[in-house]
Structure formats: C-alpha cells, structure tokens
Design a protein around this ligand. Structure first.
Ligand SMILES: C[S@@+](CC[C@H](N)C(=O)[O-])C[C@H]1O[C@@H](n2cnc3c(N)ncnc32)[C@H](O)[C@@H]1O
Length: 227
C-alpha cells in the first residue's frame, strides 16, 4: 500500500550534481517556506517544556543538518525576547550551507560522526534532517551521536509520513509559487518521513532508555531524550 514503507530514493537537491547556485536558491526557497510555516515552533514549545523554564536562561545548542542556520537565528531572537541567552552551533554536510551561514559557529560535517567531545552542548536539536538518512543503521548512529554530545536534552523533529499531509504540502508548496523541483522534493520528503513505531524501534536500537517518541498535528514526528 502507498506510504506503508518509507521511500529511499534520493531527493533532487541531495544529488551530488547540484551546483552551488542551485543549492543557494534551494536553501533560500526552503527558508521562505520555513518562515511561513513557523518551523521553529516545536522547539519554542518543547525545549522549555522538557527542560523547565528556569533552566532556559543560558543554553548552548547544536543544530544538526542546520542548513544556513535560520532555525538557530529565529530561536536565538525568540529566546532573547525572554531575556534568555541561547547560543547555537550549526552543523551541516553541505559546504554551501556553511558559506551561507552568517553565524559565528558553523561546522561542516556529518551527523553520523559529530566532531565534538561527549556532553559538549546543553541541547542537541534537528529539524527535517533525519529523513535524509537512507538506512536504519544510520538513523541509529545519528540518534546515538546526538545523545552522546548532549548534556541535558536531545530534541529531533521530522516529517510524519501520511497521505493528507503529503497532499497538503504538495498543494501548499505549489500555491506558494515555488519551483517544480522543490515541490517534488517536498512530496518525496514526506514519503521518506516516519511513523512513530519506526522511530520507537530505532530509538530502542540506539539504546536511548527514557527517550520519548510522539506525533503532532498530523505532520510532525518528534523524539526527545532528557538526560
Ligand atoms: C531539508 S534540509 C533541513 C534544513 C533545516 N534543518 C530545516 O529545518 O529546514 C536537510 C539538511 O540536512 C543536511 N544533511 C543531510 N544529511 C546530512 C548528514 N549526514 N549530516 C549533516 N547534515 C546532513 C542537508 O545538507 C540539508 O542542509
């Protein structure tokens, strides 16, 4: 049945033939959509909820698959409006993302082998990055690596794989006037997305005792680990 299994075919913008200017345009389009859908919302809600507001005054955070770091900029500004100091380090595999990131702390590298010692950051987060991993064993490594470098919290958010969301996203990206490639990648992203039982199995395989997995608003899947 359609969507019963996740797709593993590569997204257009993950192909190694994409040029730097194509990737730049892609990241700009992604940022336009992310701003409209308020993609930082789950992190605004869940970081204070899971850590407690009193613990949020001063946090170091690592964003995995951060692209040009928009999520960190939005969350830093939001935290500052509450007199909280949140300091982001961004990590992404793509060197074009590093060139586009205006922030002071960006590392080019893989979520599968994080270039940081154990417990380097208060919080480790990721937004719509995990579905870019094809193999289950890589997702297990990604979860373990995130937990290794986190002192207090891991919060990972991705796309839930279901038909109403897929249709809605396809229509939304089309109505927003974005290009054909982005529209087809948006659909493929949902097809590469997850169900809660799949993440539960991968979290257990990673040995993350106490981790929680849940679905929100029919669109998102989240995993949290409070240490
Ligand atoms: C859909 S974008 C998400 C960007 C941003 N986090 C957001 O929420 O819009 C996925 C990003 O993950 C990066 N990525 C994919 N595989 C990765 C890996 N193994 N290690 C680090 N980054 C990776 C890609 O280069 C891309 O910038």
């Amino acid at each position: 049945m359609f969507l019963r299994r996740r797709a593993t075919q590569a997204e257009y913008f993950d192909h190694p033939d994409r040029t730097a200017s194509e990737l730049r345009r892609h990241y700009e389009a992604l940022n336009r959509i992310n701003r409209r859908i308020r993609f930082e919302r789950p992190f605004r809600v869940w970081i204070p909820e899971l850590l407690g507001k009193a613990a949020c005054g001063n946090l170091s955070l690592l964003d995995l698959g951060a692209a040009d770091g928009l999520l960190g900029r939005e969350l830093t500004a939001w935290a500052a409006s509450r007199d909280w100091k949140w300091e982001f380090t961004n990590l992404d595999l793509c060197p074009v993302a590093a060139e586009m990131d205006p922030g002071p702390r960006h590392r080019t590298g893989s979520v599968l082998d994080l270039p940081f010692p154990d417990g380097s950051f208060d919080c480790v987060i990721a937004s719509t990055m995990t579905h870019h991993l094809e193999r289950d064993e890589d997702v297990v490594t990604h979860f373990r690596e995130a937990a290794r470098v986190a002192r207090r919290l891991v919060l990972i958010c991705d796309l839930h794989r279901n038909l109403p969301f897929l249709a809605g996203l396809w229509a939304y990206v089309g109505l927003a006037g974005e290009g054909r490639e982005l529209r087809s990648d948006a659909v493929l992203s949902v097809r590469r997305g997850w169900r809660t039982d799949e993440w539960r199995r991968l979290v257990d395989a990673a040995g993350l005792a106490g981790a929680r997995v849940w679905k929100e608003h029919g669109t998102r899947i989240l995993m949290s680990l409070v240490k």
